[in-house]
Design a protein around this ligand. Structure first.
Ligand code: NAP
Length: 345
């Protein structure tokens, strides 16, 4: 074969374009806590990212434009989850999709079906339909351990793994709408994948902590800030708790996208810790904070969860102490512990 310079140049250009297309992925809800760390990770690895946000010009998404490589490799799309055309426009041309956006609401709402369940289900369906149209290679859907643990029939004392599913009827009975939205969306996504031949992998993270990239405060960070300020409201019903670092969760999402043989669902969590030990650890690390350590209610043991399936594909995670230390340092530097915060929906 005779090589001429222009042919070679064209060949390289095409190869580059092909490489670029392979590394083009979409992240829904890009401006949120978890998604922002994922976008940061993807950009640092040379991915081209289509990020969906409700309003790209809103100041709360400004941090995305400051991430390394964002000026060349990040494109923001305006998309509400119920708007199929907007979602499809963001996913067009992508080889992979990370579906992270979902209503994360733990406060009382007047119409949970409309405010929580519908957007979660319709949003997931729109994302999956758009993925099928574009022939996306893999969709990684962010679910939650809330889609795993609310199962009164799981045998007591048995470690919960990916075979354990939250009981939908029980969620309705206790009016746990967020948990219901997560289990319905996750089941729906895996069923859709089987039915339509779409490669869908789901990830179930436990409570996510870590420094924030965004300027707003998401729910899990809000809960932790409240504990550091002396409130036990968010942990009253638990005997033990599972956490995961937001940076390790971002690693898990990318790992599950890149590992060809990944399939099904994956619990993503550090080792469990008893609430009493968690509060003692906080008190030891931050003796000047008003952390309550002696007013815990007596409760039955919670079942523990395992991330063995994820660890088998070489996922590694930080120790809780490191997560706490980095998180609190961020809160202190950002002045979040001295602010009077309210939940704004
Ligand atoms: N943080 C945790 O402890 C935790 C644990 C397990 C699972 N998860 C899951 O992780 C994902 C991200 O949560 P997060 O903690 O990062 O919370 P977050 O910061 O509140 O992120 C949620 C994202 O979803 C977007 N969103 C919600 N409803 C939408 C709608 N109708 N249309 C378009 N976008 C919508 C939000 O946009 P706006 O900002 O515009 O509302 C936001 O970007 C969620 O799927 C959540 O269920 C989180």
């Amino acid at each position: 074969m005779i090589w001429d310079g222009r042919e070679q140049e064209k060949g390289e250009g095409e190869r580059e374009r092909e490489m670029e297309e392979k590394r083009r992925v979409c992240v829904t809800g890009a401006g949120g806590f978890v998604a922002s760390w994922l976008v940061k990770l993807l950009l640092s690895k040379g991915y081209f990212v289509h990020g969906t946000v409700r309003d790209p010009s809103n100041e709360k998404n400004a941090h995305l434009k400051k991430l390394e490589n964002s000026s060349e490799n990040l494109q923001l799309f305006s998309a509400e989850l119920h708007d199929f055309n907007a979602i499809a426009a963001a996913i067009a041309g992508c080889k992979g999709v990370f579906h992270v956006a979902s209503p994360v609401i733990f406060t009382e709402v007047s119409n949970p079906e409309v405010e929580i369940i519908m957007p979660a289900l319709e949003g997931t369906k729109n994302v999956l339909n758009a993925c099928s149209e574009t022939k996306v290679k893999r969709v990684v859907v962010v679910s939650s351990v809330d889609s795993v643990v609310i199962n009164p029939n799981w045998p007591k004392g048995t470690v919960m793994d990916e075979n354990c599913w939250t009981d939908e009827e029980f969620c309705r009975k206790i009016q746990s709408w967020y948990c219901l939205s997560k289990v319905l969306a996750e089941r729906g996504a895996l069923d859709y994948g089987k039915k339509h031949g779409l490669d869908v992998v789901t990830v179930c993270p436990s409570t996510v902590l870590g420094p924030l990239l965004q300027s707003t405060v998401n729910f899990s960070s809000f809960f932790f800030i409240n504990i550091l300020k002396g409130s036990l409201d968010s942990i009253r019903n638990h005997q033990s708790w599972h956490f995961v670092d937001v940076r390790d969760l971002a690693d898990a999402l990318l790992l599950l996208y890149e590992k060809p043989d990944a399939s099904g669902r994956y619990i993503c969590t550090q080792e469990p810790i008893r609430i009493a030990d968690f509060l003692k650890l906080l008190k030891n690390m931050y003796p000047n904070y008003e952390i309550p350590t002696n007013s815990l209610p007596e409760l039955d043991e919670d079942s523990e969860m395992t991330s063995e399936k994820l660890k088998k594909i070489r996922w590694k995670c930080r120790e809780l102490k490191e997560t706490i230390s980095d998180t609190v340092q961020y809160y202190e530097e950002a002045g979040l512990l001295s602010m009077d915060m309210k939940i704004v929906e």
